[in-house]
Design a protein around this ligand. Structure first.
Ligand SMILES: [Zn+2]
Length: 305
């Protein structure tokens, strides 16, 4: 019996194999979908965000970075693989079984270990996304400081683009329902509706189906209007994940109806466009919010020391 971590590794290996043997057909949330989400987020940023984030060069860089964390899954970097693989998903059922989600990663991990479990079996999605968002906010604050002092901002601009692109990967993963649930790749447990139990649905949905059928115009048309994230960022992000989780069963229903074979169905194409659009909208709004929040005064941590 494969452990969950091993079966996830096996899925990743299949992905890598597909990429290796079929480079021209390599599409995924891990590739085409992630690039699409990142590019659309940048393309729809409001004019209030600094101009360097809205150039064609910025869009190209952030789009390139969409799949970046999936480039960290090679067996050539085993320590990195082990540490970062859990950051792409969270099985909300398992996380919720341990009680309210702590805001800080190490508090959650301590809770998981105390329950005799391992974080890599549950996932670390919302902590990673929140931490990278905070890196982005810190870099934007530095950009404001350097701008105000009339100093060269080119170096910090590069850092901002990297953080924005890196963030996009996780925000994109979190719009994919199968990244939020124990039902991540084949139905488990009671199955009265006869959903597929094969370990194929995850990649079938986010990989070949997206690559063959989804394009920027129909995704952009489904994006929400710009809206800054309100309230606490971690809580807002978890709410976003929980909304995504409500679509887990829908993915299985669509699969059962042949929705992810070939061109699928009108319903499966619209559903997938909606999910990609949700990721692009959330990423755009999180970048916008990082900019707004970076302008708020921060107490000097060294004051009085
Ligand atoms: Zn991922």
């Amino acid at each position: 019996m494969f452990s969950k971590a091993l079966s996830r590794l096996a899925a990743a290996t299949v992905v890598l194999f597909c990429l290796a043997v079929q480079p021209s057909a390599a599409h995924a949330w891990g590739n085409e979908g992630h690039r699409l989400i990142n590019r659309l987020a940048v393309a729809t940023l409001p004019g209030s965000v600094p101009g360097f984030l809205r150039t064609e060069a910025a869009a190209n860089e952030i789009e390139y970075l969409g799949p970046e964390p999936d480039r960290w899954r090679s067996p050539a970097e085993p320590e990195l693989v082990a540490a970062q693989a859990p950051e792409h998903f969270i099985d909300m059922e398992l996380a919720d079984a341990l009680g309210p989600l702590p805001h800080k990663r190490l508090d959650f991990e301590a809770k998981v270990f105390a329950a005799g479990q391992r974080p890599e079996k549950i996932g670390l999605q919302p902590w990673q996304a929140t931490e990278v968002w905070e890196r982005l906010k810190a870099a934007l604050r530095e950009y404001r400081n350097l701008s105000a002092a009339n100093k060269d901002t080119r170096a910090v601009e590069q850092a901002v683009l990297f953080y924005a692109g890196w963030l996009g990967h996780y925000v994109g993963d979190a719009s994919q329902p199968l990244h939020t649930s124990i039902q991540y790749n084949g139905w488990t447990g009671p199955n009265p509706n006869g959903y597929t139990t094969e370990h194929k649905i995850h990649w079938q949905f986010e990989g070949p189906f997206v690559g063959a059928n989804l394009h920027a115009p129909e995704v952009e048309a489904r994006m929400t209007p710009v809206k800054a994230v309100e309230g606490d960022i971690f809580d807002a992000y978890v709410a976003y994940l929980r909304h995504t989780q409500t679509y887990v069963e829908k993915v299985y229903q669509l699969e059962k109806a042949g929705g992810f074979v070939g061109a699928g169905t009108a319903e499966s194409r619209e559903f997938t466009a909606d999910r990609l659009a949700a990721g692009a909208s959330m990423l755009r709004d999180m970048i916008d919010t990082a900019w707004i929040e970076s302008g708020k005064p921060v107490a000097d941590p060294y004051a009085g020391k």
